[in-house]
Design a protein. Structure first.
Length: 372
């Protein structure tokens, strides 16, 4: 896991549902940290200061300087810290390489002075590290050699700033690297960086990560007025943008305007697509047909939702910013099973592994599992 430790004693971020989108004024000395913890005990096995100094950029008042999630293939750990660089270590904490991405200026597309900082996370696939860097002026998609950090390919993009993490889709056909962004959702050949297809009609601000399940790709974004959900078949080529008035095509199985999520990434589970809005509206759809199964306001919204839903054991887990974990039964009927409080602010999406849920709060890391 990563963290950006401020020298300011009262450094914080501001949760809640609000329209104020200015940048934080915390430009104090920071340490960008990478930690390795024992999964069974929580003991810190090693920690490294990847970078130390004053931040190159500003950050959103609801964010930190270490919003990206690190990636690992079990041998190499890669952490992206935006303008502070990309760092790779082996799983024992030995430094491998660093790549300077220069200054990445991300913020409001219409008010450039509102710097918000990056959030897109690196992903590792077949020995490559992919980084989606959509900025105010020079957006690009980058593939690095995971062993050395050398550039394998770099593809320029005509894009507005975006914050979603790319996804690699693997089917019986050729693999595709999918990016969510404002001008176009795009599919690339992950081996070469060549664009394969594009789909217009997204929001001007995009954050959710593309998800893949049951051989269908789902991409959403939640800034009004567009707020679309697109369900796309992999393997299409060319411009897939739907004509005005159309909600589907040979490539786009179905779409809905005004229903996309702003921050949380949708989830596919047992044939249903679940979409969580920041304000606690929770939707369920038939993934293949787009039929609305239900639309429900959650019973406890609090400061709103930034973390994405996760699912396991027939249940969906939704953590609001106040640290209340709502447990919802998966299926065609909405049923609220329980609410469990973590006791601390939660902005990050929980991680599930080997029967354990890891919850990152503003101050702690929790491991939650059944007693053996």
């Amino acid at each position: 896991m990563t963290s950006a430790v401020s020298a300011r004693a009262n450094a914080t971020f501001r949760p809640d549902l609000y329209d104020d989108s200015d940048a934080s004024d915390d430009r104090s000395h920071h340490r960008w940290m990478i930690y390795a913890l024992d999964a069974s005990s929580g003991k810190i096995l090693w920690d490294r200061v990847a970078y130390e100094g004053e931040p190159v950029d500003k950050r959103h008042i609801k964010s930190t300087y270490a919003s990206s999630t690190p990636a690992t293939d079990g041998r190499i750990v890669v952490a992206a810290f935006g303008s502070q660089g990309v760092y790779a270590y082996d799983v024992n904490g030995n430094f491998l390489w660093k790549v300077d991405l220069s200054r990445l200026n991300l913020g409001a597309y219409d008010i450039p002075t509102y710097e918000w900082g990056p959030a897109s996370s690196p992903i590792i696939w077949n020995g490559l590290v992919f980084l989606q860097c959509d900025t105010q002026a020079d957006s690009f998609l980058l593939a690095l050699n995971a062993e050395t950090g050398a550039t394998v390919w770099k593809t320029e993009r005509s894009e507005l700033p975006s914050w979603g993490t790319p996804t690699v889709v693997t089917t019986t056909g050729a693999p595709e690297l999918i990016t969510n962004a404002s001008n176009f959702i795009r599919g690339y050949d992950p081996r070469t960086g060549q664009e394969l297809w594009r789909l217009g009609g997204s929001s001007k601000i995009t954050m959710p990560t593309p998800v893949f399940g049951d051989n269908l790709l789902v991409v959403a974004s939640g800034r009004a007025p567009e707020r679309p959900i697109f369900v796309v078949r992999p393997g299409a080529r060319g411009d897939l943008t739907l004509p005005d008035g159309k909600t589907g095509s040979d490539a786009v199985v179905w779409s809905r305007a005004g229903r996309g999520s702003y921050t949380p990434t949708p989830i596919i589970y047992n044939g249903l697509l679940y979409v969580l809005a920041n304000n606690g509206v929770f939707d369920a759809y038939n993934l293949r047909t787009g039929e609305e199964i239900y639309r429900q306001r959650l019973p406890l919204v609090g400061s709103g939702f930034s973390a994405s839903p996760v699912a396991a054991d027939g249940k969906i887990y939704l953590s609001n910013e106040d640290g209340e974990m709502l447990v919802i039964a998966a299926g065609r009927e909405f049923r609220h099973i329980a609410t469990n409080s973590m006791g601390e602010l939660v902005m990050a999406t929980p991680a599930l592994s080997a029967g354990v849920m890891y919850v990152r709060s503003s101050a702690s890391l929790f491991a939650v599992a059944r007693k053996k």
